[in-house]
Design a protein around this ligand. Sequence first.
Ligand SMILES: Cc1ncc(COP(=O)(O)O)c(C=O)c1O
Length: 405
Amino acid sequence: MSRINENFLKLPGSYLFSTVGRKVREYQEANPDKRIIRLGIGDVTLPLPPAVIGALHAAVDEMSVQDTFRGYAPDLGYEFLRSAIAEHDFKSRGVDISIEEVFVSDGAKSDSANIQEIFSADAKIAVCDPVYPVYVDSNVMAGRTGIYDIAAGRWSNVIYMPCTAENGFIPDLPQQVPDLIYLCFPNNPTGAALKKEQLQNWVDYANRNKAVIVFDAAYEAYISQADVPHSIYECEGAKTCAVELRSFSKNAGFTGTRLAYTIVPKELVVDGVALCGLWARRHGTKFNGAPYIIQKAGEAVYSEEGKKQVAEMVGYYMNNAKVILDGLKAAGYTVSGGVDSPYVWLKTPKGMGSWEFFDYLLEQANVVGTPGAGFGPSGEGYFRLTGFGSYDNTAEAIERIRRLV
Ligand SMILES: Cc1ncc(COP(=O)(O)O)c(C=O)c1O
């Protein structure tokens, strides 16, 4: 008799975005004349840059010719892409990463969900609160998280690290020592970024306690301040305690095209086993390689024109984030993020709850954002707006919000 993995039944429903979608749909149906502006999205909206489109077309043409046709890609990624990554994302910042440490994949979402598989079933995880939900849910599926307390919105066997206004949305080192620490900086949803010194503290803590950090740097391209590290490996000792996740989604607009990579340094050894080899074994067994044409498109991101075009796209979104940040500040809101991140995190006014403010904004300004409570209990009383919309919509949305005050 077959049985299911009962851990899946423990997962609470995907409440956040489905509820947001339903509320917006219902409001629009009841008010067909209202023009709703969506600033809740975490997805990019600009088209792929021309350098990427050119590379895609060329690669598609190669696939039509016998001599240049490609079948299965190498499991771990084509060498041309892995070496471009090592060169442009790391060597250029003084970090020496060899191509054997670069694992190309179809997304940071899958990598962040899958990485837990190579750790023991009783590994204790620590996550920020609020948090990108994939880290927790993938560990729920693996049976690591204990029992869910619906009222508290927390799992009994997870170490939560509150990110609040008091600590500047930067988590304190946990008292109880975890085995696996998920850190995402620049952060989704708060938009907070870690300075080098702060990240170094985490690296030292992990090395001291033999913990492993899963460092999600999906928003690295949005860093604007000089003292914010782009890679955890800019910190001394990080190669013995951290894996790093990167994505082509938010910098180059690959959310629908799918490309990412994970760095697992050779020096990272747990229980006497090098994780690099373990991850290669896992990746090679469960993943058959990102498509050739997409990896060629990824390579084009590192060309001179690709870099310039990507910087322009990031600049466009960051200008939107600045419009949100400055506009809300001028309207008297307490806001953060938006400097090294496309996300702006605002405190809901007049003590409103996150969902109450969502309804208020939808009904009074016809603007959609994301309630902070949806990312974890410490997100209650906060709200996320993103710079991923169009400039005109962003400016109009902020003007509408300002008129409410
Ligand atoms: C923190 C974080 N990591 C990873 C991802 C997913 O990246 P990808 O598109 O590469 O799967 C997202 C997407 O929103 C994210 O916010």
